[in-house]
Write a protein that binds this ligand. Structure first.
Ligand SMILES: O=C(O)c1ccccc1NCC(=O)[C@H](O)[C@H](O)COP(=O)(O)O
Length: 401
């Protein structure tokens, strides 16, 4: 397993001196906790009915490595690390909390007492993205029980090679003169409700491919988008050649392995819910597994963060705020102006214009702003014939024929 890169990345400022100092002291614990929650501990403890003895000895290994004496000390350490993680996220302008706030465990004394005493902490999600993120955290824990990491790693080793997602977008852009299309296979969304009643993911995917899509985006979230990993698998096994983006809310490295095992060629990393360190790490992991990563941003701050992270090839600008649902395609133009636009051109990154694109004028608008690819769902999935929907969107048949 890759070692985690240092917690404090270049240029990052933490809000409180005390926390900064504590974070440095805690780097060891953060790394341990991240590898614990992401990989080692959950997987080992959950792997097929371990005996009480195994669990106890694993816990005592962990206690030893953390230098704690009792289970209550361990709970305190874990809780503290979550709090540090929150501080780090806040310092990067991330508003989405990764978990519902929890009270300090009994016996805790330390810097977070001050925050808890001062702050009014809302314990229900502040917006839909936060709600999804909290739900995902729980869902992933349950899914890990059923699919331990070690088994997933074996599946990944035996999986067929991935397809070149970024290459397909570049080729389509060169071939058609239009932005390469990532066509979204989506039955429903929180903002728009049900988009297509008789939803057949394979039929839609095949129609998109015939219509000239370069890549497909497949919603795998069940609760909020009525998607599923079975759709990803079915599209892959039906012989669709377009590279596939697993459209998920990634909060844990385990999900990257899972996406790869289920046939994805690319994953989505949403800057609004992930810290710079997490994006850096998930990006490296994705590359290691042969997956492309689409890093999605919505505002100037997130774009600035993405540009500071080494190795990002694909940046998506979402015209929809995932917190308020407000849509505005001039967001793409705004984020590509000035210094950010200059850096993107210099690095030859592919920018993907995402959401709310309905007409040839919309496509021309985001293309003029500088995108080389677009991600489109609603306007084409809703059509009786999604193949024709693509021609309507571009004002032209963009298929090979
Ligand atoms: O679309 C939503 O309601 C939504 C809510 C919370 C998180 C993500 C959400 N959507 C993801 C997307 O942004 C779109 O699926 C994608 O960009 C395509 O957009 P569109 O062409 O407008 O369907």
């Amino acid at each position: 397993m890759d070692a985690l890169v240092p917690v404090q990345s270049a240029g990052q400022r933490l809000p409180v001196r005390l926390v900064s100092a504590s974070l440095h002291r805690c780097i060891g614990s953060v790394s341990i906790r991240r590898s614990v929650s992401g990989f080692a501990m959950d997987t080992r403890i959950s792997s097929r009915a371990p005996s009480q003895f195994t669990i106890r000895s694993q816990q005592s290994d962990l206690k030893e490595s953390l230098g704690v004496a009792s289970s209550s000390d361990l709970r305190i350490k874990e809780w503290e690390v979550d709090m540090y993680q929150n501080e780090l996220a806040i310092s990067q302008g991330i508003r989405i909390r990764r978990k519902p706030p929890s009270k300090a465990p009994l016996g805790y004394t330390g810097p977070f007492e001050l925050r808890l005493l001062n702050g009014q902490v809302a314990d229900s999600p502040s917006n839909i993205l936060e709600e999804i993120t909290w739900f995902k955290d729980q869902e992933v824990s349950r899914m890990k029980e059923l699919n331990p990491l070690e088994a997933l790693k074996k599946a990944v080793e035996n999986a067929p090679p991935t397809r070149d997602f970024v290459g397909a977008l570049r080729t389509a852009h060169q071939r058609t003169g239009f932005p390469g299309l990532i066509a979204e296979v989506k039955k429903a969304s929180p903002s728009r409700g049900i988009l297509k009643e008789n939803f057949d993911p394979v039929e839609i995917a095949q129609a998109y491919e015939r219509g000239g899509a370069a890549c497909l985006s497949v919603l795998t979230d069940q609760k909020y988008f009525k998607g599923g990993f079975e759709n990803l698998e079915a599209i892959r096994s039906a012989g669709v050649k377009c590279p596939l983006l697993c459209k998920e809310f990634v909060v844990d490295p385990w999900q990257i392995y899972y996406a790869r095992a289920k046939g994805a060629d690319a994953v989505l990393l949403i800057a609004a819910i992930l810290t710079d360190l997490e994006i850096t790490y998930l990006l490296k992991l994705s590359k290691k597994l042969g997956l492309a990563a689409l890093v999605e941003v919505h505002d100037e701050r997130e774009m600035g963060r993405a540009l500071g992270i080494e190795g990002i090839e694909l940046v998506g600008i979402n015209n929809r705020s995932l917190e308020t649902f407000k849509v505005d395609i001039s967001n793409t133009k705004k984020l590509l102006e000035g210094e950010h636009g200059r850096q993107i051109r210099e690095k030859d990154m592919i920018v993907v214009g995402e959401s709310c694109l309905f007409t040839p004028d919309d496509i021309a608008y985001v293309q003029d702003a500088g995108v080389k690819a677009v991600l489109v769902g609603e306007s084409i999935v809703k059509q009786n014939d999604p193949e024709k929907g693509i021609a309507g969107l571009f004002g032209k048949n963009i298929s090979q024929t």
